[in-house]
Write a protein of this length. Structure first.
Length: 424
């Protein structure tokens, strides 16, 4: 017989599978569900081309520098050593520094090494530079943090470098540059960026409106507490906080800060959903005038929803400025409605999936378990059983990602197209 914890996860995994496979099939390309796309043509990069077409240290690419890492830095121990046998390391320093890199950089490099072997049998990926603490790079260089590598092929055939760059893009590097005739430069986002992690979060300075306590810090809200949110009819209502999908008081996250013309500000991670409209027409229904989009797709001139009193409709406020900031604390609250008002701005509780309806459906088990746990005193006959454990399993007010959110994401990556589910 399965343990209660195992039964809980099997039950949830089955539900998640059924929920996610249905919407993913309906969204299949072509005339019918699940029809295969023709493989896209792989085009080599040309000399001096970089992907994406923006500066390396912008948020849409590899992001800002966190500062150089030296051997005496506390962060040095977080760098990984790459011993992949399918990669050659130049290691001209003789100290193994070309094998040192961030975890994300290591993951993308290992993926690229497989692509190189498949593309050119008998040829390996070659790394000429990775982490470096010698001061011969530019000030903001990501080599100083182990977030950048310079690569060639092992045979040093320069005719292959354009395709090598394309393979690096497909391997998931956040910025790839055909920098010189002699190598390709690749870099990644910081491992500490909240946008890379599972949790779509709000910052440690975020506030909510509690029905009983007024405005209060999100980090201080208790499970079951009623906080201002928005119903599926677009009306502002109080909804219970049923869980934290992720929370870490000591994590330093990267947040998009949206500032409106009214002076309101909200900070959230790049792949967190927020309600946006292209116009400030009168709000009537949820689907007519606004939609939930990733925070990193919001543009100046669009409109966010500002909360008013309970029972009223939100009003529009135009986004005047978008900036990026790093703050301590990351929090991902989940309410029964699936929405929450943060710093007076209406936002979704969901992240990483750009269809808010699918996301809300996928979290139905947590809402059901919350409702069951409210009546657990009437279900004394289940006390100590796997069902009672399941009914209480939605609750999480501890550090880390909620097990159900982790499970949901892992299953989703198998069945949902990457155009719908964000996969770093």
């Amino acid at each position: 017989m399965f343990s209660s914890a195992t039964s809980r996860r099997l039950f949830s995994a089955l539900f998640v599978f059924l929920v996610l496979t249905g919407p993913s099939l309906e969204c299949g390309p072509g005339r019918g569900p699940g029809r295969r796309r023709r493989p896209a043509k792989t085009t080599p990069l040309v000399y001096k081309q970089h992907v994406p077409n923006m500066s390396e240290n912008t948020i849409g690419a590899s992001g800002m520098s966190d500062g150089p890492i030296t051997v005496t830095d506390q962060r040095y121990k977080d760098l990984e050593t790459n011993n992949n046998p399918y990669i050659m390391f130049k290691d001209e320093e003789g100290d193994g520094s070309d094998r040192r890199m961030s975890q994300r950089c290591k993951d993308k490099l290992n993926r690229l090494a497989i692509s190189v072997v498949n593309q050119w049998p008998g040829v390996k990926l070659r790394v000429t530079e990775a982490w470096d603490d010698s001061p011969h790079h530019k000030k903001e260089s990501l080599h100083y943090e182990g977030r950048a590598v310079d690569i060639t092929t092992s045979d040093r055939d320069r005719s292959k470098y354009g395709m090598l760059a394309r393979l690096a893009v497909e391997a998931g590097f956040d910025w790839v540059y055909y920098e010189s005739r002699g190598h390709i430069h690749c870099s990644v986002k910081s491992d500490s960026d909240a946008a890379i992690k599972m949790g779509g979060c709000f910052s440690g300075s975020a506030t909510v409106f509690s029905k009983d306590n007024g405005q209060k810090a999100l980090r201080d809200v208790q499970l079951g507490e009623l906080v201002l949110s928005m119903s599926d009819k677009g009306v502002l209502e109080y909804s219970p906080l049923i869980s934290f999908l992720d929370r870490d008081d000591n994590d330093r996250g990267l947040f998009y800060k949206l500032t409106t013309q009214d002076g309101f500000e909200v900070k959230l991670t790049a792949k967190h959903l927020i309600y946006i409209s292209d116009s400030n027409e009168t709000i009537e229904t949820m689907s007519d005038t606004y939609e939930a989009v990733y925070a990193d797709t919001v543009r100046v001139g669009q409109f966010v929803l500002l909360a008013g009193d309970e029972g009223s409709l939100p009003r529009f406020s135009q986004v005047a400025r978008i900036s990026v900031t790093r703050e301590m604390g990351v929090y991902a609250p989940l309410t029964l409605h699936g929405t929450i008002v943060i710093d007076s701005v209406v936002t979704s509780c969901y992240a990483f999936i750009n269809n808010v309806n699918v996301a809300h459906l996928a979290f139905a088990p947590m809402r059901a378990m919350y409702q069951l746990s409210r009546y657990s005193s009437f279900l004394s006959w289940t006390s100590g059983s796997w069902f009672d454990d399941l009914a209480r399993s939605h609750q999480q007010n501890v550090t880390g990602i909620h097990w159900y959110a982790q499970l949901l994401y892992n299953v989703g990556t198998l069945f949902i197209d990457k155009s719908t589910l964000y996969v770093p």
